[in-house]
Design a protein around this ligand. Structure first.
Ligand code: NAD
Length: 477
């Protein structure tokens, strides 16, 4: 098995052993341990913050062109190692190895893009009211950042945070999820090999609440960025507020898909199956609530249920697998509770609905529930798994009202042949992102973020760079 040795990375040096506590990393396809992860001591955490603060002035003063060189070299190393890193991802996270390998290449693209964009951090000259006065607006890095990333995209999400921070001259202490440490360490390792100075990036693991409290309260940390659940995001924002630290939050979603009577149903269903069951539905922008106009509701749900039969759940190392297990032992019971509650509220199971028969590990069938009552928990709680619901609606206003009914506002989707319907959805939908007639929303060049309980700030596009900068006014007479 190709699972690497695990360590912390503090002040440029891997750390393990030394009496540190450890926890196992479990392969979700089998339930077997694949590795042992050392957990940071309080001294490790303090030294990581100290190193980030010590390295910050030098890294901020490094020409953007040189920072670009480091990130670009790291991106090339990731591309060279994509197969090997992708295999480690599958062993610790479960997704099919082809999907994991594509994710590594995508992370390389993200580093490339931030590397380039870091060279285009321009200030402004603002005309003054007084003759002889020159007003400059300088764009400066905010300082050392504490980052917390989840297990669902174990290289994409760290790459977005690390890429933006390092390209702009910030330093970072990152705590990736303890279920997926090897993938995040492979990214950090590529950066170190590419010439990143010691201390610019440290990687720590431990009890999530204890580590995040420690890092956010550290006087050296000036900004916090978190991707995960809304419940945890709330706690993190509250902690950061105590010392008025800047925060970026990418939290949960509950994406609606408005399918109108005039939609191309063949295309909508074909793409919906891919988008819903990719990464076993463990995606914050996964389509979840299929709100289907009454004229095509029956046809859409019949086609969707039939297409679900083409999904092949299995071990991600098997090339025939198109959907892996859920990443955590706690996720199948979460699916079971949502399905049982929906059925109690009158829903019908059109496809799936239970654990994958005969499978070990943490598998759940690709599932479609139809006729789900608004009171069912799944209509407002993010399933974060291979579970879709379908509900009919009448006219555009009713569809939009249903789409906007949840506290979340991250991704949204619509399928229609009519430009004016698409325009009305774009105006009326309460979401940070909308895709019409497809499901693609994640390019390094475009902003990625939500509103309402889905958080604030952005992790892509020029907006993602702005999140790591502050404006300094210099007025010279
Ligand atoms: P969870 O809330 O227990 O954990 C979510 C993530 O936050 C994990 O990576 C975890 O290690 C981390 N975390 C937990 N407590 C923390 C703390 N106090 N400080 C810092 N980090 C902390 O949920 P889970 O069971 O792991 O995942 C399921 C839920 O998480 C889903 O319902 C989904 O909303 C959310 N989630 C969202 C994303 C996303 O991309 N937005 C990714 C993963 C999980």
């Amino acid at each position: 098995m190709d699972y690497p040795e695990l360590s912390l990375l503090v002040a440029g040096t891997p750390r393990s052993g030394g009496g540190r506590a450890v926890r196992p990393v479990v392969n979700p396809a089998t339930g077997a341990a694949v590795g042992e992860l050392p957990l940071a001591t309080d001294d490790d955490l303090d030294e990581a913050c100290e190193a980030a603060a010590t390295a910050f002035p030098g890294w901020a003063a490094t020409p953007a062109y040189d920072r670009y060189g480091v990130l670009r070299r790291a991106a090339d190393l990731l591309r060279e190692r994509a197969g090997e890193i992708g295999r480690a991802t599958t062993l610790e996270q479960g997704k099919p190895v082809a999907e994991a390998t594509v994710e590594v290449r995508g992370a390389a693209d993200i580093l490339d893009w931030f590397a380039e964009e870091g060279r285009r951090v321009y200030g402004r000259v603002v005309p003054a009211r007084t003759p002889g006065v020159r007003q400059l607006v300088l764009r400066k890095p905010v300082g050392p950042v504490a980052a917390f990333t989840p297990w669902n995209f174990p290289i994409t999400i760290p790459a977005r945070k690390i890429g933006a921070a390092l390209a702009t001259g910030c330093t970072m202490v990152i705590k990736p999820d303890e279920q997926t440490p090897a993938t995040a360490l492979a990214l950090a390792g590529a950066l170190v090999e590419a010439g990143l100075p010691p201390g610019v990036l440290s990687v720590v693991f431990g009890d999530p609440a204890a580590v995040s409290t420690w890092l956010i309260r550290s006087p050296q940390i000036r900004k916090v960025t978190f991707t995960g659940s809304t419940a945890v995001g709330r706690q993190i924002a509250a902690l950061a507020a105590e010392d008025v630290k800047r925060v970026t939050l990418e939290l949960g979603g509950h994406a609606p898909v408005l399918v109108f009577d005039d939609a191309d149903l063949e295309k909508a269903v074909r793409l919906a199956v891919l988008a819903k069951f990719r990464n076993a539905g463990q995606i914050c922008i996964a389509p979840t609530r299929f709100l289907v106009q009454s004229g095509v509701y029956d046809e859409f749900t019949d086609r969707f249920a039939a297409a679900i039969g083409t999904v092949r759940p299995g071990d991600g190392l098997d090339p025939a697998t198109t959907m892996g297990p859920l990443a955590h032992v706690r996720r199948p019971p979460a699916m079971a509770a949502l399905v049982a509650d929906a059925v109690e509220h009158g829903a019908e199971i059109a496809a799936g609905g239970g654990p994958v028969p005969g499978a070990g590990g943490h598998f759940w069938e690709p599932t479609l529930l139809t006729g789900v009552a608004p009171q069912a928990r799944v209509m407002r709680e993010e399933p974060f798994g291979p579970l879709a619901v379908a509900v009919p609606f009448g006219d555009l206003d009713e569809g939009l009202a249903a789409a906007n009914r949840v506290p979340y506002g991250l991704a949204s989707y619509a399928f229609t042949a009519d430009r004016s319907t698409a325009h009305a959805v774009a105006e009326g939908i309460e979401a940070g992102m909308l895709a019409v007639n497809h499901f693609m929303l994640t390019a390094p060049e475009t902003p990625f973020g939500g509103i309402k309980a889905s958080g604030y700030g952005s992790e892509g596009g020029t907006e993602g760079v702005d999140d790591y900068l502050f404006s300094k006014l210099v007025s010279e007479a």
